[in-house]
Write a protein that binds this ligand. Structure first.
Ligand code: BDR
Ligand code: CA
Length: 311
């Protein structure tokens, strides 16, 4: 069983990732959820994280608020994709479960020091500010992390926040570079693979058929979320980026990738936030990332629909 910390900026796709994890207790134990500023300001993302815990029947999960801005840049949010709250679409009640008093970064550090080394996986689904801050403040935790499985980056597909940069990396490229240079095992779900997993109408019909509040709310979230991509790119559906991270932990054979070097551009005004992926191993730089390339989208949705039906 994977024991994970979900670091997130919900975000409709973050929300679905959380629900998939909660629906899969045989494979995944969620030690805590840490919120970060990204899709929306932190004041929204931590509330959204708690709303999703409650919707999933898990008000017992510990939710922590973390960094409210990137390491060096001003915060850049994505209301055009996710709405002003970060979780527009459904009308969810304000959460009644508490926000933990501890800072998310302290929770990450304390948990990694308290748990046996090599047993905790970090799952960042937003900008990497919390994770980079923890690594900078407590370098000893790097050797204790089993691996980092994250959503971020783009290569062939191009960017969604600049011509070359994906949102999570674009928002805090300096944090991303700290994580990529950390020597920790990293599995990366970039837009190159997440854009293969679209909420097409036939998949949305299956989501809508999930009984109860989970089916209705998930449908309403994804119905709002898909509108941006459909209008802008003319696709049938929007990409379910973040749930790929959790789906891989449950069923790794849904995805294929390759061990390569990935670095982040942090200086150039033209290309800041670009993930430079040495796909053909042109350099001698260390192969620091397992970079995902292909997804079995039908297999992914079969898993997702079956699991959400359990909540
Ligand atoms: C990433 O940015 C956010 O819009 C999504 O939640 C995902 O984590 C995709 O670029
Ligand atoms: Ca996200």
């Amino acid at each position: 069983r994977e024991r994970i910390i979900i670091d997130t900026d919900p975000g409709q796709d973050d929300a679905v990732a959380m629900m998939l994890a909660f629906a899969s207790p045989e494979e995944i134990e969620v030690l805590g959820v840490t919120a970060v500023a990204g899709n929306a300001p932190l004041a929204h993302t931590e509330i959204n994280a708690r709303k999703i815990c409650e919707l999933s029947g898990r008000p017992d999960v510990k939710v922590f608020a973390g960094c409210d801005r990137p390491l060096f840049l001003d915060l850049h949010t994505a209301p055009e994709v996710h709405g002003d709250t970060g979780l527009d679409g459904p009308d969810l009640p304000p959460p009644t479960m508490p926000l933990q008093a501890q800072h998310a970064v302290d929770f990450i550090i304390d948990t990694l020091r308290a748990e046996p080394a090599g047993t905790v996986t970090l799952c960042p689904l937003g900008p990497l500010t919390n994770i980079a801050t923890a690594l900078t403040r407590a370098p000893d935790i790097a050797a204790r992390i089993k691996r980092i499985v994250l959503m971020g980056g783009a290569q062939v597909e191009g960017g969604n926040s600049s011509p070359v940069a994906e949102f999570n990396i674009f928002v805090d490229p300096h944090a991303a570079q700290i994580v990529l240079k950390s020597g920790i095992d990293i599995v990366m779900f970039s837009m190159d693979v997440t854009h293969q997993v679209l909420t097409a109408q036939r998949q949305m019909d299956r989501v809508r058929a999930i009984p109860g509040a989970v089916g209705r709310v998930t449908y309403e979230m994804l119905d709002f979320y898909r509108q941006y991509d459909e209008a802008k790119y003319g696709t049938d559906g929007g990409p379910l980026h973040d749930p790929c991270v959790i789906a891989w932990l449950i069923k790794p054979d849904l995805f294929q990738g390759k061990q390569v070097n990935v670095e982040v551009e942090t200086a150039s005004p033209l290309t800041i936030g670009q993930t430079v992926v040495d796909r053909w191993c042109i350099t001698q730089r260390p192969k620091n990332v397992f970079f995902m390339l292909n997804a079995d989208a039908d297999g992914f949705f079969d898993l997702l629909i079956e699991r959400l039906g359990r909540l």
